[in-house]
Design a protein around this ligand. Structure first.
Ligand SMILES: *[C@@H]1O[C@H](CO)[C@@H](O)[C@H](O)[C@H]1NC(C)=O
Ligand SMILES: *[C@@H]1O[C@H](CO)[C@@H](O)[C@H](O)[C@H]1NC(C)=O
Ligand SMILES: *[C@@H]1O[C@H](CO)[C@@H](O)[C@H](O)[C@H]1NC(C)=O
Ligand SMILES: CC(=O)N[C@H]1CO[C@H](CO)[C@@H](O)[C@@H]1O
Length: 438
């Protein structure tokens, strides 16, 4: 317990808010206010942040002058990366070849890949180096996420030294991290069209999305593992994601120890910049308290769609009806998380990058997911992708908390109001339902 608390303290001190210039990107006027005030918050260690920033400044500065791979060990007299097929050719081959090549290797369609490269160039987050174009830099990064490719595999694939690979992985990770503020944005306030369907309307019209905690495996040195040990005894971070009904992430709070409860992580996100727009609410599962801003299903009542489907029974009372509608609406967040992890299998296995980079990788994947959504990238094929990872290596992580364990004072305090709101909604919905059935 003491260890756990200590772990949390460290986290809280390490918070770093991602402040970014508010950019108006063609939203309805009433959105501007939120764009200015709310920005996604990412948990990370400020000292890491500072160090990596300096490295980047250095790297971006020296990029254009670096010459090839001057890093070959002098003991090996034969040059190592001699394949005729240079990295640049390979990337070109993939981008101009059959469309499945880009999906398989970069986990996105060619047009989305090119849009990403353009955006990174345009924002001057990446620049062509003499021997590694922005296309190839991005390719190295995405290939690593897609295949959990090791340093060595990347060297062979792209015909560069370990240092070069490592450097560009870091440079692109940082660049994508900077896009986070642009692509992970607060939810639209206008009710989503799905909420206009008769079975949801008008009861859920102020709902802006759903929230869930998802575990992402981490690989950590033995002496740092304990707080990250989750219910399934594996090592993971607990990442809170909020997602709108377009399957876009609207907030991500990453880096919490796997032992922390979903409710605790949500509270921490609220303490560090996450806001629920006034009068709006998110749907949460039973791992959270039910409050006015976060509506949970009724406990001890059938909840999962599967359960209700199996019983093949119409809801018997207002609580069952509420839970059914709640589950139907919440389906989208499970889908979003599912697609995210299938698209970027590195999120299922953990990697040997330093801890802060593992945290950054999970946030970067969410930003890329949104970028892909924005450019109409498909969601179907990533869900059906064959995972090119040894199933033995897929880390078993918990599926989010099943019950709120009462560990957050602030949520405890607003439960009564939450219950009144939920009862009120559920009863109105039930009356409407019964009246229509007659
Ligand atoms: C990749 O290998 C090079 C040496 O070949 C090393 O300098 C670099 O740190 C390695 N990068 C990672 C991320 O392991
Ligand atoms: C992911 O890569 C790391 C090395 O970078 C390796 O230790 C780990 O086993 C890999 N996982 C899978 C599933 O291949
Ligand atoms: C929250 O309420 C529960 C009972 O509903 C209680 O067991 C728990 O100690 C409370 N937690 C806090 C942090 O006050
Ligand atoms: C899911 C959940 O937390 N439900 C709880 C909402 O609050 C009431 C009382 O405060 C509890 O009885 C429920 O279990």
């Amino acid at each position: 317990m003491i260890f756990f608390l200590f772990g949390m303290y460290v986290r809280i001190n390490n918070l770093f808010a991602c402040f970014c210039s508010p950019i108006y990107i063609g939203r309805p006027n009433h959105q501007i206010y939120y764009l200015l005030l709310i920005s996604p918050v990412i948990v990370m260690d400020p000292s890491y942040r500072r160090r990596s920033q300096n490295e980047d400044e250095f790297m971006l500065f020296v990029l254009p002058t670096i010459e090839g791979d001057s890093s070959q060990p002098s003991s090996s007299r034969k040059p190592m990366h001699t394949s005729k097929l240079s990295g640049a050719c390979r990337v070109n081959e993939i981008l101009t070849g059959h469309q499945s090549l880009s999906k398989r290797n970069f986990r996105m369609e060619v047009n989305v890949f090119r849009a990403l490269v353009d955006k990174l160039r345009e924002k001057q987050l990446l620049a062509d180096a003499r021997d590694v174009s922005v296309e190839e830099q991005v390719a190295i990064f995405l290939y690593a996420l897609a295949k959990n490719a090791s340093n060595e595999t990347l060297q062979d694939q792209f015909q560069h030294s370990g240092q070069t690979i490592s450097k560009y992985f870091g440079v692109v990770l940082d660049a994508v991290k900077q896009l986070t503020c642009v692509y992970i944005r607060p939810p639209f306030l206008h009710p989503h069209h799905i909420l206009r369907r008769p079975k949801f309307h008008p009861f859920f019209e102020n709902c802006v999305g759903s929230i869930d905690g998802t575990h992402v495996p981490m690989i950590l040195p033995l002496d740092q593992q304990e707080p990250y040990r989750n219910r399934k005894q594996t090592i993971s971070q607990n990442v809170m994601v909020a997602c709108d009904f377009d399957l876009k992430f609207v907030h991500v709070h990453a880096g919490w120890e796997g032992s922390a409860s979903d409710a605790r992580v949500l509270q921490d996100a609220l303490n560090h910049g996450f806001e629920v727009p006034p009068g709006k609410f998110f749907l949460v599962d039973a791992g959270y308290a039910n409050t006015t801003q976060f509506l949970a299903p009724y406990r001890g009542t059938r909840y999962h769609l599967k359960e209700q489907g199996r019983a093949n029974q119409k809801p018997q009372n207002y609580k069952e009806l509420f839970n059914l509608r709640h589950a139907q609406l919440r389906n989208h967040i499970e889908r979003a998380i599912g697609v995210l992890k299938m698209r970027f299998p590195i999120l299922k296995t953990g990697s040997h990058h330093p801890a802060h980079k593992q945290v950054d990788i999970s946030v970067a994947c969410c930003a890329l997911h949104n970028f892909i959504r924005l450019h109409n990238g498909d969601l179907v094929w990533p869900s059906n992708c064959r995972l090119e990872i040894d199933p033995d290596h897929i880390v078993d992580v918990p599926n989010g908390d099943e019950n709120y364990n009462g560990d957050v004072q602030e949520f405890n305090n607003s439960r009564e109001a939450g219950n009144r709101k939920r009862d009120d909604m559920a009863q109105r919905m039930w009356n409407h339902y019964v009246a229509r059935r007659k």
